[in-house]
Write a protein that binds this ligand. Structure first.
Ligand code: FES
Ligand code: FE2
Length: 347
């Protein structure tokens, strides 16, 4: 069960060019390509004649030609040619999906096309801010349900055990968590005071000595996570609207796209408030993040398998409160989409 009337990241913009590119999102087979002017196109990857994947055909101009008998389709899913026929059958159409490029990513609307509104695509603050440094991040396939990833990205405590050499640090195991439930998702956060800067961030922060550290773990419905880390000199943290000039801010954005119930494609990028042009720092941040996310992937794939094949009950801990609220909120939105509106009363 998925939320459909929303934008998902299909892939990175640079991964779709003038070739037929098949992928699966929410269990649906889709073919992507770009028209000659660069406009992205997403179509159902099945010819309406004998269901050969259109991705096995060829691209000619702005159209895709089925590789079996030549039915030819374009951007809106309409048929532009049926070479074996005197006329095009009226039922020769495929589903088309709204797609658009934003933030170096290709976004796809999986629900009712009429409801697609580009103004609701996730807003990435400071993306074009010349004083911020962007690491374009990476992509990873995970053999787990996407909700294990959203659980993980609302769980600041796991860093103590999963990311020992990077994000773990004093206070990550036992400082109390604050949970905020919002209309668009859930935030789990905490400030940890007077601690040592953890290994991943130590070469990046611009001040010496102990720090105050914010862990801000937020997931927006259905599956975009914002992971904000703020470090300030000890004694100066706590008010996000009034940070000292030497505060170090890094925001990781995680875009989770369900392939199906058992697989997720995970795209991420990171933005920091320092060193916009320092490629060495950008590369170090990117490599460190990939290592850490690999650590998550190993755990979450094993969790998926363990939960799917369990022979004894599982339990929840206090640290799960944020992710359980998120799952509940998401399920309510999915139910609202899938429950038919009540019939109007008749006299
Ligand atoms: S299967 Fe596509 S035209 Fe026959
Ligand atoms: Fe993690």
């Amino acid at each position: 069960m998925y939320l459909r009337n929303t934008w998902y990241v299909a892939t990175r913009s640079s991964d779709v060019a003038r070739q037929l590119t098949p992928l699966t999102i929410l269990g649906e087979k889709i073919v992507l390509y770009r028209q000659e002017d660069g406009t992205p196109v997403a179509l159902e990857d099945a010819c309406p004649h004998r269901k050969l994947p259109l991705s096995m055909g060829s691209l000619k101009g702005d159209h895709v030609i089925c590789g079996y008998h030549g039915l030819t389709f374009g951007r809106g899913g309409g048929c532009f040619g049926a070479p074996t026929q005197t006329r095009v059958p009226s039922t020769a159409t495929v589903r088309s999906y709204p797609v658009t490029d934003r933030w170096g990513l290709l976004w796809i609307w999986m629900g009712d096309s009429e409801a697609a509104d580009e103004s609701t695509i996730f807003q990435l603050d400071n993306y074009d801010n010349p004083t911020w440094g962007l690491s374009r991040g990476g992509t990873m396939s995970c053999n787990c349900n996407y909700l294990y990833l959203t659980d993980n990205l609302l769980d600041p405590s796991h860093v103590t055990w999963v990311h020992v050499t990077s994000f773990a640090g004093g206070g990550t195991e036992d400082t109390p968590l604050e949970i905020k439930v919002k209309d668009d998702g859930v935030i789990v956060s905490r400030w940890m005071r007077g601690r040592e800067v953890p290994p991943y961030y130590a070469p990046l922060v611009t001040f010496e000595g102990p720090c105050d550290r914010l862990q801000h773990y937020e997931v927006r419905y259905p599956s975009i996570a914002i992971n904000k880390s703020i470090f300030t000199p000890a004694g100066t943290g706590g008010d996000e609207s009034n940070l000292p000039d030497n505060a170090y801010v890094m925001i990781s954005y995680h875009f989770l796209t369900p392939v199906d119930e058992n697989r997720t494609v995970y795209n991420w990028l990171q933005n920091r408030n320092t060193d916009p042009d320092n490629r060495e720092i950008t590369a170090r941040i990117a490599a460190g993040a990939r290592n850490a996310f690999e650590e998550d992937r190993l755990v979450l794939e094993a969790v998926h398998s363990g939960m799917a094949n369990r022979s004894t009950p599982y339990l929840d801990l206090a640290l799960d409160a944020g992710s359980l609220r998120f799952r509940k909120g998401l399920q309510a939105l999915i139910d609202r989409e899938t429950t038919p509106a009540p019939m109007a009363a008749t006299a």
